[in-house]
Design a protein around this ligand. Structure first.
Ligand code: PNS
Length: 176
């Protein structure tokens, strides 16, 4: 059985991610979408929420599972018996960072291959951070995230906006 891992923060999962996951599911027997925990980042969605959002978007794919990974991917891949990490490459700007990670992962787990998949041109510009920014300003993200999670994204960012507005209103006015 050929098992691949699609790793990422998925904060939140976008249509671009889903496209890579779907195409990977056609090449491998099982694809595990590994939602990673990065202690240096404060995500908009908790890791449990991100796994749940990925699960909801991928439930129609019979050979895709969602899980979380809070350690090294090289170790996680060994534990899951995976032969490959699948990464989407959007542009040359992604390449240097991804190339470095692929070499480090190969060093840590020589049996693990990193497979780069070209992002579909429709999603070249798309990233979770762009989604967070547009949603943060109340913009329409329906063309960027899967419909199954649109409501979650909209309500998370409208709640954040109201909290920020409340904070702004409570702040004492500065007089010169
Ligand atoms: O979606 P992102 O944030 O670009 O994904 C980055 C990710 C998850 C691929 C990277 O942070 C990662 O590999 N995290 C797991 C920790 C790890 O194995 N680090 C060593 C790789 S050099």
């Amino acid at each position: 059985m050929r098992i691949a891992i699609c790793p990422g923060s998925f904060d939140p999962i976008t249509l671009g991610h889903l496209d890579i996951i779907r195409r990977a599911s056609l090449l491998f027997d099982l694809v595990i979408v590994a939602v990673t925990v990065n202690p240096n980042k404060t995500p908009s969605f908790s890791v449990e929420e991100r796994v749940e959002l990925v699960r909801r978007c991928t439930e129609s794919f019979s050979n895709v599972q969602a899980d979380c990974c809070d350690g090294l991917l090289a170790d996680y891949a060994k534990e899951k018996n995976a032969c490959a990490l699948v990464k989407g490459l959007r542009a040359v700007t992604d390449f240097e960072y991804e190339f470095q990670m692929a070499l480090i992962n190969k060093q840590l787990n020589p049996e693990l291959e990193t497979v780069f998949m070209t992002t579909s041109s429709a999603y070249m510009y798309l990233s979770s951070s762009a989604v967070r920014q547009v949603a943060g300003y109340g913009g329409d993200v329906s063309q960027f995230v899967p419909p199954q999670i649109l409501e979650d994204v909209v309500s998370r960012f409208s709640a954040e906006r109201s909290q920020n507005n409340e904070r702004e209103c409570k702040r004492p006015t500065q007089h010169d």
